[in-house]
Design a protein around this ligand. Structure first.
Ligand code: F6R
Length: 611
């Protein structure tokens, strides 16, 4: 949700910033802007639309200067217009700022600035107040750092900020409060960004800023302060992430590449958690048998795709660990007055580790005394840092807005946690534990086999491209999987897609079916297979075009469905990891065939850092 980049050093700032923003465009892509200190003024360019439009402008008319800030936006306050794009600036154009997050008290501050100081606002954004506040204090203090310190004391909400001033060509101030921000340092240079991927090309020495920190850089000297102005001693961290991991690697789309990476990253997620005897060892999870015996309830909380992974985790944990599990979406859970205490374990699932709703749940759960275990893909993310226990998925950077490899690695992570807890508690036998670990280890090879049938999925996708609606149905774990299938289709291909528990259809939704409506019927569960076949017959009888997904050998389904996608035989708990892959590829092909922007679907952003 909005990406920010800043640079101070000896290179052309606009080049470093545009390059960094291109790595962050997944965070927001409805407008972009850049401000460079030229030595005589702040050269500010802002364009609605994709970053390429801004880059084109900067190519035509160069921006000279070694200090600058840039932003790629996902609009919250005000439409995505040139004017509302960041950077925002003071009336005299002496101060420029970029902001990621939401200033919750901006109306109050705007009122004060307008009435008390006669400030005229140019934009409809919440962020503009920051530029005017810094300007007001800067005029009083004549000190940029002090002006920023005074400003942040007045702000409420979430904000990662970068601030520069016209008459300070060698100074930049960065602030972090509840929105991600990192600073990479090299000899005589500092690069700021919302995420390390924008920095690694320049340096791998990274400072992960914490909430309430101000990073001040002047002429190659860096200092960190808290909001009260106290100096903070902090060490940089060497980040050893491959640059190649964040490129398309020969594929046309990030989503396609990420779907095809699944065999490898699933294997990584598993193998890194096995000791020399093949037993699960959870490095950053410190939950003992005694702790487990005291846990009487588990919540799995997340948003979107991560929540869908949580639904499968619920099945696994209840089945294996025999503890009641409630899976809920973070934005609802937080305001439902949940019954949490010290005997509650809260498992948070978040690819980015920065999702605002999930982060809020974390803080509330910890405040109420619960233990918080997070499953996240981003090392050093806010959720990872603030949780008691962490399980890192080894999915590598996920750039496409639609989540794929993060989802399958989240499921694997939840299953490993379930197995570990169950063996510690003695609720499963050693034989079952070993057998399930072996099966998990074998899943990568089976995902490869599923991926081999891409032409089949492309043909099926052709049947969806003209449809207004599609439905996904399933029973048991397959009903959670159906939700993920429907989400993938709707978010990247804009086909209205809904998921239903197959048994629930006749209680209302079946009325929606028309001649030719595509229905994906997921029938991977052995115990529920016959019931699913009946549900397929019901929808077929009402004119639906049914694409079934079933385990190899269940040929009965071929007699009922119009098309069948067979996946290799597998344990009922594990087979959804195979069954989701054709659904990811069908959604992908529908989007490609419709000529849409697969990796950057409209209205969305990768990292949702506002509530
Ligand atoms: C959908 C998708 C989103 C995310 C959700 C949570 O493809 O990616 O639904 O799953 O926004 O994001 P994280 O996992 O970063 O907390």
């Amino acid at each position: 949700m909005c990406g920010i980049v800043g640079y101070l050093g000896n290179k052309n700032a606009s080049e470093v910033i545009l390059n960094g923003l291109s790595k962050l465009e997944y965070r927001g892509y409805d407008s972009a802007g850049i401000a460079v200190n030229t030595g005589s003024c702040l050269d500010i360019r802002k364009k609605s639309g994709r970053l390429a439009i801004l880059a084109d402008d900067v190519t035509k008319i160069k921006m000279d200067g070694t200090l600058g800030i840039g932003h790629t936006r996902w609009a919250t306050h005000g439409e995505p217009t040139d004017v509302n794009a960041h950077p925002h600036f003071s009336e005299n154009k002496e101060i420029a700022i970029v902001h990621n997050g939401i200033i919750e008290n901006y109306l109050e501050l705007k009122e004060e600035l307008t009435h008390k100081y006669g400030v005229k606002f140019l934009t409809q954004t919440d962020s503009e107040v920051v530029a005017h506040l810094v300007d007001k204090f800067y005029k009083e203090e004549k000190d940029l750092l002090e002006a920023v310190k005074n400003t942040v004391k007045k702000l409420r909400g979430a904000f990662a900020l970068l601030i520069i001033a016209k008459d300070r060509p060698d100074e930049i101030v960065a602030v972090r409060q509840d929105s991600p921000l990192v600073a990479g340092v090299a000899e005589g240079e500092v690069v700021f960004a919302s995420d390390v991927s924008a920095i690694l090309e320049y340096t791998r020495d990274i400072f992960y800023l914490d909430n309430g920190e101000i990073f001040y850089s002047k002429a190659g000297k860096n200092q960190i302060f808290d909001f009260d102005g106290n100096k903070i001693d902090k060490e940089s961290v060497y980040v050893d992430l491959s640059l190649e991991a964040a490129s398309k690697g020969g594929y046309d789309y990030f989503m396609e590449k990420e779907i095809y990476e699944q065999p490898r990253v699933i294997a990584e997620t598993i193998e890194r958690r096995l000791d020399e005897n093949g037993d699960i060892k959870l490095d950053n999870i410190y939950i003992s048998k005694e702790d487990l015996d005291n846990i009487n309830k588990i919540y799995i909380i997340a948003c979107g795709t991560a929540y869908h992974a949580g639904l499968l985790g619920k099945y696994a944990i209840e089945k294996l660990v025999k503890v009641p599990v409630i899976a809920d979406i973070a934005s609802e859970f937080r305001y439902s007055d949940p019954m949490i205490d010290k005997n509650t374990l809260v498992i948070l699932v978040s690819q980015s580790g920065e999702t605002a709703d999930t982060l809020s749940v974390l803080r509330e759960a910890e405040q109420k005394g619960a233990r918080v275990l997070s499953i996240t893909n981003v090392v050093g993310s806010s959720i990872a840092r603030e949780s008691h226990d962490v399980f890192y998925t080894w999915a590598g950077p996920e750039i496409s807005v639609a989540s794929t490899k993060a989802y399958t690695t989240q499921i694997v992570s939840l299953y490993m946690i379930a197995l570990d807890f169950a063996i510690k508690k003695g609720t499963i036998t050693k034989e079952y534990y070993r057998d399930m670990i072996d099966k998990l280890r074998g899943v990568s090879k089976k995902v490869e086999k599923v991926l081999d049938k891409k032409d089949e999925y492309r043909e099926i996708a052709k049947k969806f491209i003209k449809s207004q609606s599609a439905f996904y149905i399933g029973r048991g774990v397959d009903s959670g999987l159906a939700m993920e299938g429907a989400l993938k289709l709707k978010e990247i291909s804009y086909v209205h897609a809904e998921a239903f528990s197959a048994g629930e259809l006749k209680h209302g939704p079946i009325a929606l079916l028309e001649e030719g409506t595509p229905v994906i019927a997921i029938a991977t569960q052995s115990k529920l297979f016959e019931k699913m076949v009946s549900n397929i017959q019901e929808v077929k009888a009402r004119g639906a075009y049914v694409v079934a997904i079933a385990q190899e050998g269940n040929d009965l389904v071929s007699k009922t469905a119009n098309d069948v996608i067979f996946v290799p035989q597998e344990d009922d708990l594990i087979v959804p990891i195979l069954a989701v892959v054709p659904m990811q590829l069908i959604a992908f092909y529908v989007s490609v065939l419709r000529g849409l922007d697969v990796d950057k679907p409209r209205n969305l952003a990768k990292s949702v850092t506002v509530e």
